[in-house]
Design a protein around this ligand. Structure first.
Ligand SMILES: [Fe+2]
Ligand SMILES: [Fe+2]
Length: 423
């Protein structure tokens, strides 16, 4: 397909932009929103690649990337979780655009006018094995006119696959789309912050439930699901939709710990059988938080909360619960595919993160020891297909681990930390 805006009447192009902007409302998580914005910006201009940066304090934080040419190398999936940022000043192209608040179109980045304050850094192309030619960099502005980010798209392609400059239509219409998209970005950031605030409450009870831990578990679960869905030929729309929801729902896996007593959660010794039995109810309390709702996200969050300690071979908990609200009793454990897929995925993501993280009572396990354990537990603790998907995206899992590192200022050495997974 060649440049949608070039091939259609301007009115059709505007209508299309409005329709796409409206469809952003279906998405919940910020990563899914950025993925769709970049996909549509590239579709509208037929661009090969693109990146989104979001403003954080005085910097532009690298937030999302797509590249059709490099996708086959697997590097792009990892790069989504990079931690690069640029100071907002006129020394970089994205910084210049954020500072001026105006779009910038460059036909050939290797021949930028010498009087411009910025230049293109060819090292980026060299390290990626890519050749950037034309580039359109657009500020994303809120309804108040404040720049909240920058979209940079590169190398529009003609039908033969050759790179061409951006059309006049793309230069006119993409800034309109970018500004419309800012509402969705704001909402996605708010959703993520809201979830992290809920987690803060759980962290007060259990210091191992940190914001970094849940962001890792959410991202691991999203990427494991994505791979599982690709392995099962799940249709792309459904795959992206579920990937969006599972990230948020998995972040909330242990939010039910707010219902468990501090005496148990912070007990500086092994739990008695009776205390451990009470601890198991954090799954039920979590599910209660999401019951009585018709939202798909709430249903998935409830599924994960109640089932994330079930095991594939039927030795987990809490099993079938007779009644969620009135005097629930721990039931017969679920097994195999009776456990919802999202919970089977989150179970592996959560255990992997616990083992690969430092705790007061243990250093992080080395990767080879964790991978050996995960492989040995495939078919007993974990769903074998989920293990296969996890191993296939292990590079991305590593990139996620680096992106969401624990804040070392936090008192990780809390002497009262207790882990239920090791009971
Ligand atoms: Fe849990
Ligand atoms: Fe957890």
């Amino acid at each position: 397909m060649v440049d949608y805006c070039q091939q259609n009447e301007p009115i059709e192009c505007v209508k299309n932009i409005l329709k796409i902007s409206e469809s952003l409302g279906e998405l919940k998580d910020i990563d899914a929103i950025l993925d769709r914005i970049l996909t549509e910006s590239r579709r509208l201009s037929d661009a090969d690649a693109g990146t989104i940066y979001l403003v954080k304090n005085d910097s532009l934080k690298f937030s999302y990337v797509q590249n059709d040419t490099l996708i086959k190398t697997g590097e792009v999936d990892k790069a989504v979780y990079s931690n690069i940022s640029f100071t907002i000043n006129d020394q970089s192209i994205v910084g210049y655009v954020a500072m001026k608040g105006r779009s910038l179109h460059i036909d050939d980045v290797y021949n930028i006018e010498p009087d411009m304050p910025f230049h293109f850094n060819p090292a980026l192309d060299r390290s990626a094995g890519y050749k950037t030619t034309s580039m359109l960099t657009i500020p994303i502005k809120s309804s108040m006119g404040i720049v909240i980010g920058v979209i940079q798209i590169i190398n529009p392609k003609e039908e033969t696959g050759a790179s061409i400059p951006f059309s006049k239509e793309a230069q006119t219409f993409l800034p309109i789309f970018a500004n419309n998209a800012s509402v969705a970005i704001d909402r996605g950031i708010m959703t993520r912050e809201l979830v992290l605030r809920m987690i803060k409450m759980a962290e007060l009870r259990d210091p191992s439930e940190t914001g970094a831990h849940v962001q890792r578990v959410g991202a691991y679960s999203a990427e494991i699901y994505n791979k599982w869905a690709l392995m099962h030929d799940v249709d792309e729309k459904e795959r992206k939709h579920m990937k969006d929801l599972i990230r948020i729902a998995a972040m909330l896996h242990d939010v039910g710990k707010v219902g468990v007593s501090d005496m148990i959660l912070k007990k500086p010794a092994r739990l008695s059988d009776e205390e451990y039995a009470k601890m198991k109810f954090h799954t039920v309390y979590g599910a209660r938080l999401f019951s009585n709702s018709t939202s798909e996200l709430d249903a998935l969050s409830g599924d994960i909360a109640i089932n994330h300690h079930e095991k594939w071979d039927g030795t987990g908990y809490p099993g079938e619960i007779n009644a969620l609200h009135c005097d629930p009793k721990i039931g017969q454990p679920k097994k195999g595919e009776d456990i919802p897929l999202a919970a089977r995925i989150c179970a592996l993501a959560d255990v992997f993160d616990a083992l690969s993280s430092k705790r007061a009572y243990k250093p992080p396990w080395p990767d080879d020891k964790i991978l050996k354990m995960v492989t040995e537990e495939s078919g007993s603790h974990f769903d074998p297909e989920v293990v296969d998907a996890f191993l296939a995206v292990f590079d991305i899992i590593n990139a996620i681990r680096e992106k969401y590192m624990e804040n070392e200022d936090r008192n990780l050495e809390c002497a009262f930390e207790t882990r239920i997974d090791e009971q």
